[in-house]
Write a new protein. Structure first.
Length: 260
């Protein structure tokens, strides 16, 4: 009937096979997901998550990956103190830890998550949380009242953000270097300059410096207007018409600002 069906099979189920299973269906329009738990009776077994990253100022959420059933409680702790210890932290009964407005000073470090069975058997693991500063680009302004033939040099500076960082110049949404006459030169790890040796009309438009780090992406934009003297594209031509008919004379000129 045109259905798309997928199966997952587990032979010889063990305690470590327990947990949350999800199925995702995707096409060119979107994706849809459904998840359900698989309970395998046995002592609790929490899985290691290693190192995770959070973005400063945003909300960090993580769920304790645990197998075994039944589970009596799941707790999170940091520095020997059971969470939550402030209003920004929240721990659900399902073992989900949520931290609002993450701060490197307050929240970075090691977190221990522990699942305990009704018989009192515990299982613990520790994850390392690294808090990354999101990038921020220093505001810049493109020069004003520039005429065709002038030179332009503008710098983009990353004032905040953890490396590695990628700085990219865009012209009207596309890489600036694809526009003839524009060159880009790194001036260090956190500075990249844009040069236009000789301005032309096609250099007008929106210029964006985009900073991308593992944490997030930030950008700043400014508009460049190139003043171009008027130029005839279509000049009026001599015409002959019959008396009483309409006569049309056409002229077309380009330039910036738009000529009258």
């Amino acid at each position: 009937h045109g259905h798309v069906i997928s199966h997952v099979n587990i032979s010889g189920v063990r305690v470590e096979d327990g947990g949350s299973y999800s199925c995702t269906a995707s096409n060119t329009a979107a994706s849809v997901l459904h998840a359900a738990p698989l309970h395998v009776y046995g002592r609790p077994l929490v899985r290691a998550m290693g190192s995770l990253s959070a973005v400063a100022g945003e909300t960090f959420t993580v769920k304790c990956p645990v197998a075994g059933y039944p589970i009596a409680s799941i707790t999170w702790s940091k520095g020997g103190r059971v969470l939550p210890i402030n209003r920004r932290q929240r721990v659900s009964a399902e073992g989900v830890l949520s931290v609002r407005q993450v701060s490197r000073l307050a929240d970075q470090g090691d977190y221990t998550y522990t699942a305990t069975s009704k018989q009192g058997y515990p299982s613990s693991q520790t994850l390392q949380l690294r808090v990354l500063e999101p990038p921020r680009v220093a505001p810049f302004t493109m020069p004003e009242s520039l005429w065709a033939g002038s030179r332009v040099a503008v710098q983009c500076l990353l004032v905040q953000g953890d490396p590695p960082v990628t700085l990219t110049w865009l012209h009207n949404g596309s890489p600036a270097t694809t526009t003839p006459g524009i060159s880009v030169m790194p001036l260090g790890q956190f500075v990249v300059a844009l040069f236009i040796e000789r301005l032309r009309a096609h250099h007008s438009g929106n210029y964006t410096c985009q900073a991308s780090t593992p944490a997030a992406t930030a950008s700043h934009s400014s508009t460049l207007s190139v003043h171009v003297p008027p130029r005839w594209v279509l000049e009026p031509q001599d015409i002959s018409v019959t008396r009483g008919e309409d006569a049309y004379l056409t002229c077309l000129a380009t330039g910036f600002p738009e000529p009258t």
